[in-house]
Design a protein around this ligand. Structure first.
Ligand code: M6R
Length: 602
């Protein structure tokens, strides 16, 4: 969601602006920067819309040796200049940027700040005014006042605070919202995502919930809110900064779609020893002992979980329940006797999933997070982690993380099935299937012009569309529909193919696009029947069909792979058609309106 970058000890303007630009993919609707040159000059600039609008407002002399910047995705209050961060205290002393949500902001305002003239309608401004008030009334230095204020604050936050009476410090605090501290040579840098500042340093300290810190150019003091010193070891992040760049692509989304064969090959290398799957035995043992798996996730990751359910039940022979984290967190079902929890999350930061994991931990139950981001919160807080190894995913629409989640679930299913001595699992030649999937994905991305033509022909003016599928294709239909609607704004619904005639077929009229997926041997013929039903009512049907079931006239013939893994290849045309539908309409494919890459609020 929002992005944060702060730096102390080097000319800050470019560093902060570049960092914010690297976070643009997370989604935002206003931006701001505070600079202090340590000579008594300070500059606060904010703008609605893109960072380029902010840059236009900055005059050439606005520079600083300390800077904090922010991209805001509006939660409390409209996207206006007043509501953009940094927020400043009434007396102009403190400047604050914030990611997260302050749950008790109204209460704090009412109780402590009735005499303050607020400039914004945000929850964040309450905190900067509170710090200021405490500093003045209790005659405390900034760090002490900040910690006192935090004792009163309830909610999620990553805060950067500058006090212009000691401007060579940035005070920071973290609770539930991600924040990394980058260690430089003669400078230090803070960001909500390490990717944004990889050009500055590769040495990072992962701050934990409850940490506060006083950061100067060559020193970092980390404490708890109660003032106890905390030791956090720096580590080196081994990410190629180019992995997060667009290269020659116009949009990240296409780059990330194209990268999927390479991701499959990387997973083949890292999760296999010869032809054998290689998974931490502790994970395999814990899962093999369980009587039911609960997969929790949101959005695209939830859809990957629906595919994973089929794979795990087939090859590990354990019943699986898949839940939307946002629902599960507040309506826990009656659990089985030996549950095992799997959290699927590209970012590892999704607040809805964290709510569930917290309760799982309170009940002392085993959990595994499958995530793309090493050291992310869901990874740290779960018992075990398996990495997706998809490389940074920048486009808001998740693509390569989705297929990686399916692949990693398959690896785990095979490992657990083998541990249980199941013939099916032992005979499942997953390494070969991954090779076929990678080859098939490549063939499909190489044929992308065909998908572009379909998008131009059927999706350029339509208001709505449908996706149909049965079995695992139903799970992919849900994901295909999400992909298409989120980037092209075409209202799209995914259906179990036979369900359409139980109501929704009423919406089919002349020219309604219906994308139909056929990989399921058990129902291929029945789905053909469903195609007839919509075609006879005027629908423009597009068919993505596995080679074994393909007929003349099908639009995309999918390379044949194991039915349970077929979503790995079916996903490619589904992602591509969404991409082209959006691009052909001239939309900003990577940053669809109203969306954020990492949803760190509930
Ligand atoms: O980071 P996560 O995988 O936990 O994110 C969950 C959803 O917000 C995410 O999958 C979202 O639905 C996608 N960006 C949509 O493409």
């Amino acid at each position: 969601m929002c992005g944060i970058v702060g730096v102390v000890g080097k000319p800050a303007r470019e560093v902060v602006l570049n960092g914010l630009k690297n976070l643009e993919y997370r989604g935002y609707d206003s931006a701001g920067i505070y600079l202090n040159d340590l000579q008594g000059n300070e500059y606060l600039t904010k703008a609605v819309g893109r960072i380029s609008n902010l840059e236009e407002k900055l005059t050439p002399d606005e520079e600083g040796l300390v800077g904090i910047g922010h991209t805001r995705w509006a939660t409390h209050g409209k996207p206006t200049v007043d509501n953009a961060h940094p927020h400043v205290s009434e007396d102009g002393r403190f400047y604050l940027v914030h990611n997260g949500v302050i749950e008790n902001y109204a209460e704090l305002k009412e109780k402590y700040l009735q005499d303050v003239d607020f400039k914004s309608t945000t929850d964040t401004e309450v905190v900067v005014q509170l710090v200021d008030k405490i500093a003045r009334e209790k005659n405390l230095d900034a760090f002490s006042a900040f910690k006192e204020a935090l004792k009163l604050v309830r909610g999620s936050y990553a805060f950067l605070l500058v006090d212009n009476t000691q401007p060579d410090h940035i005070f920071i605090a973290k609770n539930k919202s991600p924040m990394m501290l980058g260690i430089g040579d003669g400078f230090n840098i803070i960001a909500s995502d390490a990717i944004s500042v990889l050009d500055q340093t590769k040495t990072f300290i992962d701050l934990q919930d409850g940490d506060v810190a006083d950061v100067t150019k060559d020193n970092v003091v980390i404490e708890t809110i109660d003032g106890e010193k905390v030791e956090r070891k720096p580590h080196t992040l081994d990410i190629d900064p180019n992995a997060a760049s667009k290269g020659t692509y116009e949009f990240y989304m296409l780059k990330e779609i194209d990268e999927q064969p390479a991701v499959m090959r990387r997973l083949s290398q890292d999760y296999f020893d010869g032809d054998d799957v290689k998974v931490d035995p502790a994970i395999v043992d814990a899962m093999a002992q369980s009587d039911r798996i609960y997969i929790l996730a949101a959005g695209t990751s939830y859809h990957a979980g629906l595919v994973g359910k089929n794979i795990i039940e087939e090859y590990a022979d354990i019943p699986v329940e898949v839940g939307l984290a946002s629902e599960f967190g507040y309506h826990f079902p009656k659990l089985s006797k030996k549950p095992f929890f799997i959290f699927l999350s590209q970012s590892g930061e999704t607040a809805d999933s964290r709510v569930v994991l917290k309760q799982v931990n309170e009940r002392n139950l085993p959990s595994l997070t499958m995530t793309n981001v090493e050291g992310s919160t869901l990874s740290r807080e779960a018992t075990y982690t398996m990495l997706l190894e998809a490389g940074p995913e920048i486009a808001v629409a998740s693509t390569k993380a989705y297929t990686a989640q399916i692949a990693v679930q398959a690896i785990l299913a095979k490992a657990v099935g083998e541990k249980k001595n199941l013939e099916k699992a032992k005979n499942f030649d997953l390494k070969n299937q991954f090779a076929l999937a990678a080859e098939g994905m490549q063939e499909l991305v190489d044929g992308k012009e065909k998908i572009d033509e379909l998008a131009k022909k059927y999706l350029s003016t339509t208001r709505n569309a449908f996706y149909l599928g049965r079995g695992v294709d139903y799970a992919v239909a849900l994901e295909g529909a999400l992909k298409l609607k989120e980037v092209s704004y075409i209202e799209t619904e995914g259906f179990a193919a036979a369900e359409l005639k139980h109501g929704t077929i009423a919406l089919i009229e002349k020219g309604t696009p219906v994308i139909t997926l056929i990989n399921d041997p058990a129902t291929a013929d029945l789905t053909r029947g469903n195609i007839q039903e919509v075609e006879s009512r005027g629908a423009n049907v597009m068919t993505f069909v596995a080679k074994d079931f393909a007929r003349e006239g099908d639009d995309v013939v999918l390379p044949q792979i194991d039915y349970y893994l077929s979503p790995l290849v079916t996903a490619i045309p589904a992602q591509l058609i969404a991409y082209y539908a959006s691009k052909n309409k001239g939309l900003d494919v990577d940053k669809p309106r109203n969306l954020a890459k990492s949803v760190t609020v509930e």
